[in-house]
Every structure is written in structure tokens, then in C-alpha cells.
Write a protein that binds this ligand. Structure first.
Ligand SMILES: Cc1ncc(COP(=O)(O)O)c(C=O)c1O
Length: 365
């Protein structure tokens, strides 16, 4: 017997990636995969580590990495963290799942922004929770509908810098949503897996403005380490103790070699600035191209995506474009308000490929 809730999950955007894989020389603007490989000094540490005994690590990760992450959280976000606040996970994805499995009873509700990254809904469905989606902000203020949804939910998930829009929360927005969550007794989960990738706007964690929160972090995008599967949770020691039970039940511990590699990446991290600089240039090209086409969009200030309104059905457009050798993700799966948006990833290809892709797009619009 397969649970109906799981059976009903549609991984619809696979339709696009499958077609893209079949096409020779398809320009892949659909996947959130950095074009950069993991820095050589990080791989070197992993190779050296391979020669040592390979066993399980502590379920919440090695102390050295928990310390390094605590320093990253304190230093880069101004959120005082110690080793006891940190659980290392098998990617941000496993961190999210551990949190949902720990804090939500069946039928409890999580509220997400509209649009939001699809796997939040996937996790809720598999975990048996209810969820809703609502546009959180209008003109820099939390909407009445968002306030109501947050009050009615057990968990509110905020994502800054944002996938799919590239929006970075302003300080006032971060503060407002944190305060409303606190007043409503709704747990604030802040997904900050792109915290190092901003282009002008400073990353502000909403967790700065509340005493009870859970921050999700990751090595994947900031350090070009998606395949290593290392992420983290930063929360109170009590939460961390309990998240680690869910995590233990899923993965026992995060991959050992990857954890040592992550320590090196966090300690010697000048690669982040180099990649961020390049992403910023790609973003500028993309913004210019989207303006030339007259598309409307939220200015991408962070992460590696833009989410323009293309003024027509997103599935039709994405399917047509992939046939022509440019793959982008239709907006529809990101939320009910996004039928006419597409997600374009500027992190996955080089500048000349963004230009080439727009030569094709221009002919279609
Ligand atoms: C918003 C967001 N959160 C979490 C993740 C999970 O990343 P990972 O599991 O690779 O750390 C991603 C990956 O694309 C993401 O875009």
C-alpha cells in the first residue's frame, strides 16, 4: 500500500529536465546547480581524509564543523551561536525534513510564501501536514492575509535570499514577520541556504528578531558543494536535541568525508567571494536582457534566480523553449499566482550562454 498523499505528489517539472537531458547542447537555465566545481583546496582535504578510518560520526555532526558553522552564523548573520545550537544535516533538505518531522503533528499546518520553492510542499505532503501559500509582502509590509495565515499555522517558513524570485528581505520585513510569528506562537523557520549570495542588499536573518526560531543553512550553493550533502540547523539546544532524533532516523549521520571538506570550505572561504562576483555579473546581464524583452520581475538581489512574468502560460512557453534548446522552469508549480512566470537560473551557465539563450528567447517573445 502506498499512501495516497505520497502517490498524489506530482514532480511535474521533471518533464522539462527530462526533455532538456535528451537535447544535445541544451542551455540549462532550469536547474539550481552552480556551474562552478567545488574548490580544489576543499577536494584536497577530502582526499586526505579518505586515507583515514571511515566510520559513523556523531549524529549531529563532528564538533569541528559544528564550531565552524556556529562561527559562520555568529560572524555573517550576527546570530550568536555555539556548538550546542548547531546540528549538521545531509543538506538543507534533510535539515528541513528533520524540522518538519519534529515539530509538526499530522494535520498541523505550515504556511509558505506564494511563490515558494516546491520541496516545502513535498516535505509537508510526505510528513502528512497541511500547508497553505500566501503572498507575504506587499509594498514592504506583511499583508493582512499573511498575518491571518501565520496566526492559523504552527510553522511559518521564510526564505531569504529567495528561490525562485531572488528577493532579499529588507530589515523591516524580516523584523515584522518574526514579530508576527512570535506573537502568534507560530514557529519561524528561516531558510537561508543562499545567505552568502547577495548582490548589493545585505542578508538579514529574521531570526535576529525573535527568541524562538530555526535557521536552515547549507554548503550547497554558497560553496558549490551540492553533491557533498552538507547543511545545518541553527536553533536552541532543546530543538537541536530533538531534531537530531529525526535526523538519526533518516541518515544516522551526515557523510563523514563531506563534513571534513565543509570545515575546510568554511575556514578558507575566499572562493565564495569570487563566485559571488561572477554570479553578480551574470545577474546584471540577465536583468538587462529581461528589461529589453519588457518582462516584469522582482529585481533579483540574491540567490541565483529570477522569476519574470512572461505574460503567457508558463508551461506552454517552457515546453516550446526546451524544444528550441533553452530549458527554464514554468512558474505554475511554485504557487497559484505564478501561472505566467518562469524561473531562470543564472548560476548554472556562463555569461555567454545567458546571451545565447536570450537570442533564442527574443525570437519567441
Ligand atoms: C530555497 C532552498 N532551500 C533548501 C535547498 C536545499 O539545498 P541542499 O539540500 O542542497 O542543501 C535548496 C536547494 O535548491 C533551496 O533552493
Amino acid at each position: 500500500m502506498i499512501r495516497e498523499r505520497v502517490k498524489d505528489i506530482q514532480l511535474s517539472i521533471r518533464k522539462i529536465s527530462k526533455k532538456a537531458e535528451e537535447q544535445e547542447d541544451c542551455i540549462r537555465l532550469d536547474i539550481g546547480q552552480p556551474s562552478f566545481d567545488t574548490p580544489e583546496h576543499v577536494k584536497k582535504v577530502a582526499r586526505e581524509e579518505m586515507d583515514r578510518f571511515q566510520g559513523y560520526t556523531a549524529d549531529r555532526g563532528i564538533d569541528e564543523l559544528r564550531d565552524a558553522v556556529a562561527r559562520e552564523e555568529s560572524g555573517k548573520k550576527g546570530i550568536e551561536a555555539e556548538q550546542e545550537n548547531i546540528m549538521i544535516s545531509a543538506g538543507g533538505m534533510e535539515a528541513l525534513y528533520s524540522v518538519f518531522a519534529t515539530v509538526l503533528d499530522p494535520e498541523d499546518k505550515a504556511v509558505f510564501n506564494d511563490p515558494c520553492w516546491g520541496p516545502y510542499k513535498l516535505i509537508s505532503e510526505v510528513n502528512g501536514n497541511r500547508w497553505s501559500q500566501v503572498d507575504f509582502f506587499e509594498n514592504g509590509e506583511l499583508t493582512d492575509e499573511a498575518r491571518k495565515e501565520i496566526r492559523d499555522a504552527e510553522l511559518v517558513l521564510v526564505n531569504t535570499p529567495n528561490n525562485p524570485t531572488g528577493k532579499v528581505l529588507e530589515k523591516e520585513e524580516a523584523k515584522e514577520i518574526a514579530e508576527v510569528a512570535e506573537d502568534s506562537d507560530t514557529l519561524l523557520v528561516s531558510d537561508e541556504v543562499y545567505h552568502r549570495l547577495t548582490y548589493g542588499e545585505e542578508h538579514v536573518s529574521p531570526a535576529r528578531f525573535t527568541d524562538e526560531s530555526v535557521i536552515i543553512g547549507s554548503m550547497s550553493k554558497n560553496h558549490a558543494m551540492t553533491g557533498w550533502r552538507v547543511g545545518w540547523v541553527n536553533s536552541s539546544p532543546d530543538y537541536v536535541d530533538n531534531f537530531s532524533k529525526a535526523s538519526r532516523g533518516m541518515v544516522a549521520c551526515p557523510p563523514a568525508i563531506s563534513q571534513f571538506a565543509a570545515v575546510e570550505a568554511l575556514k578558507n572561504d575566499s572562493h565564495v567571494e569570487k563566485m559571488r562576483g561572477e554570479y553578480g555579473e551574470r545577474r546584471d546581464i540577465l536583468v538587462q536582457k529581461m528589461n529589453e524583452l519588457g518582462w516584469e520581475f522582482v529585481e533579483p538581489e540574491g540567490a541565483i534566480y529570477a522569476f519574470p512574468d512572461i505574460g503567457r502560460d508558463s508551461w506552454d512557453f517552457a515546453l516550446e523553449m526546451v524544444e528550441k534548446g533553452v530549458s527554464i522552469v514554468p512558474g505554475e508549480p511554485f504557487g497559484p499566482g505564478s501561472d505566467e512566470n518562469v524561473r531562470i537560473c543564472f548560476g548554472s551557465v556562463e555569461q555567454r550562454d545567458i546571451e545565447k539563450a536570450f537570442d533564442v528567447l527574443e525570437d519567441e517573445v
